[in-house]
Design a binder for this molecule. Structure first.
Ligand SMILES: Cc1cc2nc3c(=O)[nH]c(=O)nc-3n(C[C@H](O)[C@H](O)[C@H](O)COP(=O)(O)OP(=O)(O)OC[C@H]3O[C@@H](n4cnc5c(N)ncnc54)[C@H](O)[C@@H]3O)c2cc1C
Length: 417
């Protein structure tokens, strides 16, 4: 892909970061004629974790005009998720949902996937300036960014609006002091890609496996169509205190502790040295201000257990683009009502299920021996990312419905809920 020349002095919208949040926001704005540019710190392709999509992400990719390019990539189809805890086992199939949503999605190596999206938005006509790091941002009525290019040259670029999609870079939260400690327990993750994964055959090949390693720790197994598989363990400080300190040894020991993991991964070979992210959960004070907003991982990030990250990133990009198009066309936008409240509704639903995972409430429901089919389908839709479905009480009324369900499962003799 031909690199764009030097940046202009002004764009309608400047986007920081070319992850899925940044590229999908850019595509939506560009298609209605806004002059958008993306500034990306790294050269692509680049590694990032977060490889299991949820079905609702397909809706957002489609709306941004980014679905067709993904369909051509032969990504492994993911039709559901399987959960294992010693002798207990349960599986959710996305074609068995309450919401009338996508019945499948993909497992995507993110270096490849993010590059496909970035190339597609460039084909659409959006300039993406790789190896251009946003160092300083002035927000307000005349937003400006200071960008350092690959040659060390500094560009000052003004715009009508800045979208911070810098993910773990957290450009604006750091600069404006927006970060807040997460309400969730401090957890760490160690992960890599492997070969030698003994996968299930057929339609189940692409299913995400989550293997519990006690109540506070778990292992993910996310297979790709290139023959490699992503594996990672997540746990709190107590879990890691009992393990070696070397990341490869952590993974080997964690896998050896569980018979399901051993059966599948006994012949694994690491493709690269395992990586560590220590303390990934982060809170945020607000999602927008005059001349800017935050999308994707720059907002709050909860936990990887339900693979919600990219779906929330795409959803927030979609909401921002829709609100911003109206604002740039002269309409008054209430960013709290039209953006923050909607994003937070989905994040809060996921939070209830993430917290419930670690308290044991969610596993109690998942492993219930005689689950009600309609309740199960409703929960399946939450796991598919349809957390904004206001017809699904397990999405919008999550705070009340989940505990109610847990007590029904616990008190009911036949566990019929
Ligand atoms: C252990 C773990 C496992 C996860 N597993 C999953 C999963 O299975 N499924 C899922 O959906 N999510 C998962 N996630 C979450 C996922 O990683 C993120 O939600 C997702 O990458 C967010 O996309 P994004 O576009 O917001 O940010 P990113 O993809 O991180 O993109 C941000 C971009 O901004 C660029 N950038 C940063 N700083 C600057 C700067 N100063 N100037 C210019 N550019 C900059 C970066 O180089 C990067 O390319 C996981 C997270 C963790 C921690």
């Amino acid at each position: 892909m031909e690199k764009p020349a030097t940046p202009n002095n002004r764009y309608d919208v400047v986007i920081i970061g070319a992850g899925p949040a940044g590229t999908s926001a850019a595509a939506l704005l560009h298609r209605v004629g806004q002059d958008v540019a993306i500034f990306e710190r790294d050269e692509f392709p680049r590694f990032v974790i977060g490889e299991s999509l949820l079905p609702h992400s397909m809706d957002f990719l489609e709306q941004a005009g980014l679905l067709e390019c993904c369909k051509k990539q032969n990504y492994l189809e993911k039709h559901g998720g399987a959960f294992f805890d010693q002798e207990k086992h349960c599986k959710f199939n996305f074609d068995d949902q309450f919401t009338d949503g996508w019945p499948y999605t993909w497992q995507v190596p993110r270096d490849h996937f993010d590059n496909v999206l970035a190339e597609e938005v460039q084909k659409m006509g959006v300039p993406v300036f790789f190896q251009h790091t946003v160092k300083d941002v002035q927000v307000g009525s005349n937003p400006t960014v200071e960008v350092t290019g690959v040659d060390g040259q500094v560009h000052r670029i003004s715009s009508r609006f800045i979208i911070d999609a810098s993910g773990y870079g957290r450009v604006l939260p750091r600069q404006l002091g927006l970060d807040e400690p997460s309400t969730l327990t401090h957890r760490k993750s160690v992960f890599t890609h492997i070969t030698g994964d003994h996968r299930p055959a057929g339609r189940d090949e692409g299913t995400t496996w989550i293997v519990s390693l006690g109540q506070q720790a778990w292992l993910w197994i996310i297979p790709f169509s290139n023959g490699r598989t992503s594996i990672g363990v997540v746990g709190d400080n107590d879990f890691f205190a009992d393990l070696p300190t070397e990341p490869g040894e952590i993974l080997r020991k964690a896998i050896m502790s569980d018979p399901v993991a051993v059966r599948r991964l006994s012949d694994m070979e690491f493709v690269f040295e395992p990586k560590v992210i220590d303390g990934y959960s982060i809170g945020i004070k607000r999602l927008w201000g005059e001349g800017y907003c935050l999308i994707g991982n720059t907002m709050e990030f909860l936990d990887p257990i339900f693979s919600s990250g990219v779906t929330v990133a795409l959803a927030s990009a979609n909401l921002t683009a829709n609100a911003l198009i109206r604002q740039l066309n002269g309409e008054t936008v209430d960013w709290d009502t039209d953006f923050s409240d909607v994003v937070n509704q989905g994040v809060e639903t996921f939070r209830t299920y993430v917290e419930g995972w670690y308290t044991g409430a969610v596993p109690t429901v998942f492993y219930s021996p005689n689950p009600d089919a309609r309740v199960r389908a409703s929960i399946c839709s939450v796991l598919a990312g349809y957390v904004w479905d206001n017809k699904n009480p397990y999405a919008w009324d999550h705070k009340r419905k989940l505990p109610q369900l847990v007590s029904l499962v616990q008190t009911s003799d036949d566990s019929k809920v």
